[in-house]
Structures are given as C-alpha cells and as structure tokens.
Design a protein around this ligand. Structure first.
Ligand SMILES: Nc1ncnc2c1ncn2[C@@H]1O[C@H](COP(=O)(O)OP(=O)(O)OP(=O)(O)O)[C@@H](O)[C@H]1O
Length: 473
C-alpha cells in the first residue's frame, strides 16, 4: 500500500486536479493544532509502468494560497459526511474491468479514505465502531459474481449503498441481478470508474469535465465523499430479444453463465429473452467494436483498444443487413427508418442511448443530459468505412456528427439520423453470425438470422438509485 503522508509542503506543492477533499482538524483546548488535511490522488498512465495510485495527505495551517478557490469548495465537514456513508456499504471490486486496477484502487485509495473519514473502529475512545462492521467487500472471480451478489440484495429497503469499482459492464450486471419484475429494490449505487469506457460515469459527470481537469477517479471520490446526499433514480431501458438469442462471452473466452433472465441450453450458450440497461443498446459498428475489442491483447491497451479494433473493422467496412423501426414520443406506432446511402437498405450504425458520452471524450448524444430519462437513437446507412470514420470523429468533437449530411455521386442526399424515441426495433438478416451481435451496456447478445432486438424506455420503474455529483442535476 502506498500511503504517503506529507506534512511539510505548502499549498503550491499540490496539483489542484488531484485534490479529493480537505478536512478541518480540530484545535486542542489551548488552540494548538487545527488547520487542514488535504487528501490527493496521483495516478500513473493506465498502460504505464509503476504503482498505479498514490494517495497523499498533506497538512496545512490554513487554506490560504494559490489553490484556495478550489479547496474551499472541497471541504468535507467531519460532522456532516453524506448520510449514505452511514448505511451498509457493499464494495464490489471488479477484477477484470479496464486494465485490472480495481483491486489496487480499493486497497490503496478507497479503503484508507473510508477509514480516515468514517473511522475504522480501532479507536475505542471515539465511541464509534467505524465503517468496518457495516462494510462487506465482494471481489469478482467470474463473469457471474456481480449478478449473484445483486440477487442477494433483492428487496433491499434502501439501507444498502453499493460502491461499484468497475466500468459499465458492472453496472449492467448489477441492474440485471437486481431486476426482478415483482420486487422493488432500493439500493444506491456509487460508481468509481475503473472500466474502459465508463460511459455512465462520464455522462453523469460531463458537466464537470473540462478539456483536462481532474481524473474520473478523483471526480468519483469527490462525488462519493462530498456528494451532499444526492442519489437519483437511474433511468433504464428494457431490451427484448427474439427466441433463440444467446449471450456471448468475450471472443475466445468461455461464455457467461446464467443471467437469470433465460434458460440455459448448454454450457456454452445461454438463452436470453431480455436485459435491463441504462446506457446503450446497439447493432452494427458499435456492437461489433465492443465485442471484437474485448480480447486480452486489446484489453491491455485500456481505452486505446477501441481505436485499435475500430481501425481493423473499418477496413472491412461491413454494411449490416437489417431494418430499423422506431416509435417516436409523438406517435404510438412503429415507423420504418430509411437511408439512401450505398445499397440503400443496409446500416453501418444503429445505437439507442440514455447517456451523452460513451467515453469521457466521445459524445455520442449531445442532447442527452444526466438522468434526463430520454432514449435517443443515432443511426446511419451503408456509408462505407471512410465516412463511418469521419462521422465517429464528430463524436470526439463534442457530438458534431449528429448534424452531418452529404450527397453521394448520384446526388442522393443522406445524413446521420438522431432522434428521441420511446422504442426501437432492429431486425437482423445477416447470414454470418459475426455480424449478428448486438450490445446492451457492453453485454453481447447474438440474435438468430431474421431475429430482432427491441429497446423500450422504462417509465415509472425505479430499479436503483445512483450517486450524482453536486450541482449537476
Ligand atoms: N474475474 C472475472 N472473470 C470474468 N469476468 C469478470 C471478472 N471480473 C469481472 N468480470 C466481468 O467483466 C466485465 C467487466 O466489464 P466492465 O464494463 O466493468 O469493464 P470494461 O469493459 O473494461 O469497461 P467499460 O464497459 O466501461 O468500457 C463485467 O461484466 C464483469 O462482470
């Protein structure tokens, strides 16, 4: 464990983006002591060498100095720690998320901070038994661990807070493990972004992200410890699949086992009839990219794996044989979506989302706001690899792709479709199973030829609550 306590640095020694929070130290009866402890986190590059995390505590007499404006907004009052930190804490460490840093983060960063803020029960004179007696840690050992864990929480009456050290896959595992259509569960989830894309986290924190600024983990810790008790209902959608749809594990890995939503047909194929999601449901380039980039050799590269796998996929420039029908908020029936590009009846991209960002720097749905509960679809036709690339680059420029339009050689006009929907249905006609993968929040499902996926916004359903940063919603 790297736990560096630095007591002799002045304010200029701190990197303001690394500051998590500051706490005031009580002075003794004679006015000695007092001042502040400032906690900060430095991280090494995800795919770099050396210790990934270093947590520091620095002592100051006062907050005066160059970082005063930042520090004053980050003071944690010992007497007013967020009320959810006094509930049962369930920490979930997802060992396979991202580049495998979750366990290190728990040991080196989160556990010491919980001890500092809540006490660890070792000081009997404080009269507090600390957080340890009400904190349980679950470390994943398989693709089923989080679902199993979540099943054990069903029916929770609001007394549990899950601190999820994972990416989006952990969120969807949790939601689906919790989801039992007959029972309500009231857990509150705090996400510490240790996955690759971390779309949900990045979208919830988007208003706080600048060009540079604090890392996702620093922001996640600020939300957790300074959140001011903000836990909001997490909007969700329900994806349903035609008969014969199966869950697919990462390429080359053993298939996932039972998801609690379908029946097992054999060891490698688990039937699935529906999944609950909160982030994204897609078919085409995005789903293929998520699936094909999930190999150990790509994973090693962190978020860069998407770009690397994208380059390979774009070379193939596959046009997906499918139809898309949508139900808009103003119409009760399905309308067929058509594009004129290329063959005129194929798609490169179909993606429904409830969030703005798929990664911190990649805005897929610029109109989406944190927790707005709206489902939006981005789609385009058979435009080829080069134009797909141009469109995707618009996502890295804040979502400029959604306004893109063009004319092909035959003067046919087309563009990127972007609209709010209540529901969408994708029907897939591909022969080769490689091109029949759909993605729900990172989980891959293979749909049979002629089969479909529908995605419907859930209205009036609260499956869990999620911690949101102060001043965002
Ligand atoms: N030890 C393990 N063995 C197999 N699967 C695991 C293990 N630990 C976690 N998992 C699964 O791996 C998946 C990790 O997905 P997660 O989304 O958290 O990371 P990611 O794919 O890197 O990030 P993102 O989805 O944000 O891009 C989860 O579905 C989780 O259940």
């Amino acid at each position: 464990m790297v736990w560096t306590t630095t007591l002799d640095h002045g304010p200029a020694a701190l990197n303001r983006d690394e500051i998590i929070f500051a706490v005031e130290q009580p002075a003794d009866g004679e006015g000695r002591g007092g001042g502040y402890f400032v906690y900060s986190l430095s991280e090494s590059a995800e795919d770099g060498e050396g210790d990934p995390f270093k947590l520091s505590r620095t002592s100051f007499d006062s907050l005066d100095g160059p970082d005063q404006d930042v520090l004053e907004g980050l003071v944690l009052d010992w007497q007013a720690v967020p009320e959810y930190l006094n509930k049962n804490l369930e920490v979930v460490v997802s060992t396979r998320s991202g580049t495998g840093r979750a366990m290190g983060f728990w040991r080196v960063v989160l556990q010491p901070l919980l001890s500092e803020v809540l006490g660890d029960g070792s000081d009997s004179s404080s009269g507090s038994d600390g957080y340890r007696s009400r904190c349980r840690v679950t470390v994943t050992s398989s693709a089923d661990t989080i679902r199993e864990f979540a099943r054990g929480l069903r029916g929770d009456d609001g007394e549990t807070v899950v601190l999820l050290l994972s990416g989006d896959g952990g969120v969807v595992d949790l939601l689906n493990g919790l989801s039992d259509d007959g029972e309500t569960t009231k857990v509150t989830v705090g996400v510490l972004p240790l996955g690759t894309g971390n779309a949900l986290f990045s979208s919830l924190h988007k208003p706080l992200y600048g060009e540079k600024g604090p890392s996702g983990l620093v922001l996640g810790l600020r939300t957790l410890f300074l959140g001011g008790g903000r836990a909001e209902a997490l909007p969700t959608f329900r994806a349903e699949f035609s008969r014969g749809a199966v869950l697919v594990g990462a390429p080359g890995a053993d298939a996932a086992t039972d998801v609690g939503t379908g029946e097992r047909s054999n060891a490698a194929q688990v039937q699935v009839d529906h999944l609950i999601g909160a982030i994204v449901a897609s078919y085409g380039f995005h789903a293929s990219l998520v699936w094909e980039s999930d190999t150990p050799s790509y994973r090693r590269h962190g978020a860069k794996r998407f770009g690397m796998a994208a380059a390979e996929l774009l070379k193939e420039s596959h046009a997906y044989d499918a139809t898309l029908d949508i139900v808009s908020p103003s119409s009760p029936t399905y309308t067929r979506v058509r594009h004129t590009s290329g063959t005129g009846n194929k798609f490169n991209y179909i993606l429904a989302t409830m969030v703005s960002n798929l990664e911190r720097g990649f805005t897929i749905s610029p109109e989406s706001k944190p927790i707005d509960g709206k489902l939006r679809v981005v789609h385009f036709g058979d435009v080829g690899g080069e134009r797909t690339m141009e469109i995707m680059m618009g996502g890295y420029r804040g979502g400029e792709h959604v306004g893109m339009r063009w004319k092909d050689e035959d003067e046919k006009e087309d563009g990127v479709g972007y609209e709010e929907v209540e529901e969408m249905r994708v029907t897939i006609y591909e022969e080769d199973s490689r091109w029949r993968k759909v993605c729900v929040d990172g989980t891959i499902v293979e749909v049979p030829r002629g089969g479909w996926m529908t995605v419907r916004r859930e209205v009036g359903v609260e499956r869990s609550r999620v911690l949101v940063p102060r001043d965002v919603v």
